[in-house]
Ligand binder design. Structure first.
Ligand code: SF4
Length: 211
């Protein structure tokens, strides 16, 4: 038998990087005038709870680290093929007489062909493409005024890629109003089951937990 002893050298490096990123994001998210694209495709009450209990959002999970690595790896490939990666996008909206900034980050964008790419990873290839991912992509298409978007899923079993067109029915301002008024909780039938706020949320429901 080989002898081994525990080491945390690399794990602590990953931990420090991920925690620093998340703590910076927590600081930014305290600002009530900032709305993220992901907020628009989620339960509206999550944003409210995140502002009151931000530290509950901190995560250090292997599956999330694997997801990050898939993003970084595929983005490296795309960079070599005329795609810009990790493209920040933001737009100001006035709602109820107050200014809000909608912020997002595209995984990749091809400026010549005006194609937005969203990369998703996960444990399973079931029920793809997911509705909230499609909605997120369509919001990015609106923000970029791009006509074509690609959603690519990389899972241990399958790689699936879907193409979507810009959707004129997407009304970002009305989605932001609904978020600010906290009108949809939860947005998806499976959402409470995976929610980090379920222990404190009065809207938590065990109904319709299937994915
Ligand atoms: S527990 Fe459900 S209703 Fe409450 S914040 Fe989470 S997803 Fe929304």
């Amino acid at each position: 038998m080989f002898e081994s002893k525990p080491s945390y050298k690399i794990t602590s490096l990953i931990y420090n990087v991920l925690m620093k990123e998340q703590l910076e994001k927590i600081e930014e998210a305290r600002d009530p005038s900032i709305i993220y694209v992901t907020d628009l495709v989620s339960c509206t009450h999550k944003r409210r709870l995140r502002q009151i209990f931000p530290e509950l959002t901190l995560r250090f999970e292997p599956v999330a680290i694997l997801g990050d690595l898939v993003h970084v790896g595929l983005e490296e490939y795309l960079k070599k093929h005329n795609y810009e990666v990790e493209v920040s996008v933001e737009k100001k909206f006035e709602i109820h007489g107050r200014e809000y900034v909608l912020k997002g980050r595209l995984d990749a964008y091809n400026p010549e062909e005006k194609i937005v790419v969203e990369i998703k990873s996960g444990r399973t290839a079931q029920n793809l493409p997911r509705e909230h991912h499609i909605l997120q992509l369509k919001i990015y298409l609106e923000l970029m005024e791009a006509e074509k978007g690609i959603l690519i899923y990389i899972t241990p079993e399958k790689i699936y890629e879907y193409e979507f067109e810009r959707d004129k029915k997407i009304n970002i301002k009305s989605m932001m109003e609904s978020l600010i008024n906290d009108q949809i909780h939860p947005r998806w039938s499976w959402e409470c089951k995976y929610c980090i706020f379920q222990k404190i949320c009065p809207y938590y429901t065990r109904q319709f937990e299937e994915k």
